[in-house]
Design a protein around this ligand. Sequence first.
Ligand code: HEC
Ligand code: HEC
Length: 480
Amino acid sequence: MKEVRTVARRSGLLAATFGVTTLAAVSLAVACGDALEVDDEEDVGLVGEAYGKHPEHRHDDDCYGKHPEHRHDDDSVVRALEKKIREGRHTFRYETFGDEAFWGGKLGLHKAIAGEANGGIGPGIGPATALALGLKVDVEALPQSLQKQLRRGRVDLEDPATTLALLKLNAVVGVTGFFDGSGTLESIGIQCALCHSVVDDSFAPGIGRRLDGWPNRDLNVGAIVAAAPDLSPFTDLLGLPDDAVRNVLNGWGPGKFDAFLHLDGKATRPDGGPAAVLIPPLFNLQGVGLMTWNGFSGMSAWVPLVINLEMWGQGVFSDRRLADETQFPIAAANGFSRVRHDPDRVTPKLAALLTYVESLEAPPPPRGFYDKVAAKRGEALFTGKARCSNCHVPPLYSLPGHASVPAQAIGIDSFQADRSPNRGYRPPPLRGMLTRVKGGFFHDGRFATLEDVVDHFDQHFTLELTRRERADLIEFLKSL
Ligand code: HEC
Ligand code: HEC
């Protein structure tokens, strides 16, 4: 079937080159019929594995551009986009942008993973510990023989050598090991998928097929970084002793990270709590003007910042606002407003990566996750009496444009808002509620449940919602 389609596609290409011919039109009809039935992974898994499995998300828009009313050069646009998304997905999952020079080269994290017995230092990190730290294993990277051994309990999950074997298979989501000729772990690098992917646990808890865009709310980034033998890059930047830096990192907890710590030096909130924020889902961001909880910048400015300044990739990046000594004393003192690496390992990857991230959409809520009838009533409240849509504008459920809202508008403190030059909180696009549940709601997870969020808004805006109205609103949120 695939062959037929390839041929048909080629004729499509010919048709595009030589004008529409009858022969091409016939081949195109074959191609379209084929695409509607096709279930081959390459085509349906385009935007994240679980995602592609729902019938409504199948890419039968293969037909787009093949109908007579579409011009044939549109077809090449679709194909180019498909290629770009595939490239971007590869970057999202596997590209380290040279950041191993930092995670391995400077922090020596690989040594802590390998342990003394394998040429590193200390006890090492076995798979059981790695899974407990929230790291995920991609079952599709494991050979059948290993899967069998795992099922039979014949794999030592305490032994760091097993972690090294998984790294060699490229099976640890978001982490790449670099090995020398003799098989010793030499360095380690990280990817977007470390924080922004989970697995579906289909094999075992923490082991399954990749789900890109889901926030990894199990991942204890701080504890992982604090396992590194050498934290001098952070002690130098922050001007804090080693144990103080380790305390800060260990204080973050699962699902959280502080992207601003080494820019503004604020390790704790005014109330003494950790300043880290929850890893957000990356769904339905196309059209959302500002990224991050505090609306730091748009997507195409934020992603290069992340790669160059958070992952410590080797690229080119500029943001003059980071030269502001008052708001970003550490960034200003260290020239983070202008990063230059030669060769630039980031910029050539950026367009495809952004295209992929913008293509990610929230998984539809599973059957039984919410009450449909109540959700319908909740929707009317959301856009009516409860006035939620003032800030969560459907269908984005965020504010379109360069927009965030002042802290007092939503009745919370302004600490995290003030860490952004825009000094506000961006209404999060509420899609994929299922993926946002763990770790709580709002930037720091201060509200444990949706009930708490709705109660907060009910009081803050004096909405005087009845008990049933609050419940309906929650069913609607769960439907997003
Ligand atoms: C170490 C964990 C980590 C890694 C690695 C990481 N991110 Fe993030 N990402 C976060 C956190 C945490 C936030 C929220 C930051 C904030 O709001 O202060 C975030 C925010 C974002 C946002 C904004 C989402 C929104 O709704 O506001 C985008 C887009 C994003 N990341 C993309 C990426 C891409 C692309 C990569 C790889 C190049 C990447 N991230 C790597 C942790 C990470
Ligand atoms: C004035 C603008 C505004 C209004 C009105 C508003 N929100 Fe929000 N909402 C926000 C902002 C901003 C945040 C993020 C707060 C943060 O970053 O801590 C948020 C967060 C949320 C969250 C948490 C999302 C997450 O993943 O943590 C939910 C759920 C939510 N709002 C639902 C509602 C509902 C329901 C209503 C109506 C009762 C409503 N909002 C009204 C601005 C608003």
